[in-house]
Design a protein around this ligand. Structure first.
Ligand code: GLP
Length: 240
């Protein structure tokens, strides 16, 4: 695992460099997109590079996770967030971004279909990741099986409180369930690029880099990945 400690502005550039290298080498690359606030600076940087000629026209993208039950037009539905923050601002083709269907009548079938779709696409080349304060990646909360694939999960109180800021500060408005790629699904991506900034992430980053591999800190599974890059600012690195 490569750990890079850099000023906040530099983190986005380093992540965007990895994406740009990939897309230039393979215009049909499969990207893995994350939500949360950490990747937003990367999307901004990629949009800037798109304006300078970087094209995503032949690329495809898979999202990590989705809330269950949010209305199709809800602004915090992850599909809508990715559309607004990235897909609509670059030249990704219509339908190029896939995500788990949190509105499916049969959620388990939707999870299986999502796994099959990622496999059919040849797998994810580069997965962008954030990390929760409790060490979750995507929505794999503490206790998640290290061998998990896409499935339904219940969000922890901690994550719902952390994410309440996106729902007008109201924890009650944050959905209780989600669909998320599993830890084994994420580990199948060929390159993992995780970003973390701020002191609130320091313990999670400490566990990720220096802790024992444990389902109680799900991100620690990344220690087994052959190509994982962890980009952190000084505050997030303060416990290393
Ligand atoms: C959510 C997302 C995760 C993300 C995490 C951290 O729970 N499902 O993918 O990594 O939030 O978000 P942030 O970057 O806003 O701290």
């Amino acid at each position: 695992m490569e750990v890079v400690i850099a000023p906040p502005g530099e983190l986005a550039r380093l992540a965007a460099d990895a994406v740009e290298r990939l897309v230039r080498a393979n215009p049909e690359a499969v990207l893995g997109l994350a939500t949360g606030s950490s990747p937003l600076v990367v999307y901004d940087e990629l949009v800037r590079r798109h304006k300078e000629g970087l094209s995503f026209a032949r690329a495809r993208a898979y999202m990590l996770d989705e809330y269950v039950g949010l209305a199709a037009d809800h602004p915090e539905r992850y599909r809508n967030v990715i559309e607004k923050e990235f897909a609509s601002r670059v030249d990704l083709a219509p339908g190029a971004v896939q995500g788990p269907d949190g509105l499916a009548a049969d959620l388990q079938a939707a999870c299986a279909a999502y796994e099959a779709s990622i496999t059919d696409a040849g797998g994810v080349d580069l997965q962008i990741l954030g990390i929760g304060t409790d060490g979750h990646i995507a929505f794999n909360e503490p206790g998640s099986s290290l061998a998990s694939r896409t499935r339904i999960k219940t969000l922890t109180k901690q994550t719902r409180e952390d994410n309440a800021r996106f729902f007008g500060g109201s924890v009650d408005d944050v959905p209780r369930h989600c669909l998320t790629q599993g830890l084994a699904t994420i580990m199948s991506a060929r390159h993992l690029v995780l970003l973390a900034s701020g002191r609130a992430k320091a313990e999670a980053v400490h566990q990720l880099v220096e802790g024992p591999i444990s389902a109680m800190w799900p991100a620690t599974i990344m220690q087994l990945h052959p190509h994982a890059t962890v980009l952190v600012d000084d505050a997030a690195a303060s416990r290393l």
